[in-house]
Design a protein around this ligand. Sequence first.
Ligand SMILES: [Zn+2]
Length: 264
Amino acid sequence: MRFSYVSHLYCPKCERTYDVDQIHQLCECGSPLLVAYDLESMRQKVKRDVLREREANLWRYHELLPVKHPEHIVSLGEGMTPLVPMQRLGREIGIEALYMKDEGVIPTGTFKARGAAVGVSKAKELGVKQLAMPTNGNAGAAWSLYAARAGIQATVVMPVDAPELTRKECAIAGAELYLVNGLISDAGQIVAKAIREYGWYDASTLKEPYRIEGKKTMGLEIAEQFSWQLPDVILYPTGGVGLIGIYHLAPRRPPLPRVSVSGG
Ligand SMILES: [Zn+2]
């Protein structure tokens, strides 16, 4: 039985494909890369029932995650967050069955830990020793902590206006932290320069293909928690790549759940 059914990386824009056992960041054409799985053979070999025996964290979906060998998993127990019924609020706004997925209980306190857990694990599997990223706060804190857990040195650049708490989280985790008097785009330029100069792994959003795979587990959990009956609508903030992750994993046949965007 394969631990992961990952097959390759591909470009959604020009359709070039890439080897999943080598470090790749963007496509030659400049587009972000996505991860492909051998879903046909997985469908034949893996049954939903196997999930019953598994631990309540996102690695329960390891067949649909990119890490090939379990010894490379870097975990702090992230995932399988509660789906909380919101009856009173639901009644007030006229939604009969309203639920909130509580991502606040996850290590480091946000859903960014999902992307970091899978992104850092795959980086470890690929032999990465040093990574760098710009951040507005939460992602930097999560990646710093998981990198520390993996024995990878992280360099994080964040705007001086980012929340002080996340600054402390990065520092406590042992990341090299730089503050920039500007926006996240300025931080991004500094990271890009450092990566060119030192050859570090670029963990910037969408420049490595694997954090989306961690984020998509929110969608897998929603499906499993509703006994594989997808909700009519999923409201998801536009702030992260989870939106791409959840949409991207949905089966290519109607009806898809409507994924609505809200600010944040
Ligand atoms: Zn391309």
